[in-house]
Design a protein around this ligand. Sequence first.
Ligand code: GAR
Length: 210
Amino acid sequence: TTRVVVLISGSGSNLQALIDGQKAGSLPVEIACVISNRPGVRGLERAAEAGIEALTLDHKSFASREDFDTELAQQIDQYRPDLVVLAGFMRILTPEFTQRYQGRMLNIHPSLLPKYQGLHTHQRALDAGDSEHGVTVHFVTDELDGGPAAIQAVVPVIPGDDAASLAARVQQQEHVIYPLAVQWFAEGRLTMTDNKALLDSEPLPACGYQ
Ligand code: GAR
């Protein structure tokens, strides 16, 4: 089984999707640990409810981003993970950190990358009048929200949508595609070589599998 460490900052609904997939037997992974940079979040409760080891590393108690990332890497490495999963982890990571886990760290970003890197993606899609929006799972590289995509899901923007209704529609898809990407990785089907994502050794399109 593939050992996974999941990093969270909040509600942990994507973590829950992974836990559920693992419990259902469709995901050949062991979630070795969940680490939150924010104390007291719902995702930590979800980990506890599932009997998964969880710890908080409050970024506010570190003098610099480098210090935080160094400690974070030390904690992660204690669990010897094959894969690090960023699931709503809202911290920018240093290049030292991203390089350390190159090819074995995934992120989920709530937009059709390369559109809308950064924050407030749902509002930005609405403001732009987009008819479609979505979510991307990608390998993490030095470039913020810029690594090669593994899979993307597209949802319609419906008249009357606000950021919350659109986010909810996107999140439903998140909970489908993130477990799938993790499953592919665990099965050895999803890899990254030369900054390109491959599925079954075939290069994926820039937007990932759709
Ligand atoms: C998810 O919608 C995820 O796409 C987004 O945060 C949310 C976390 O929800 N991630 C980002 O914005 C990354 N920049 P969750 O804690 O319920 O999984």
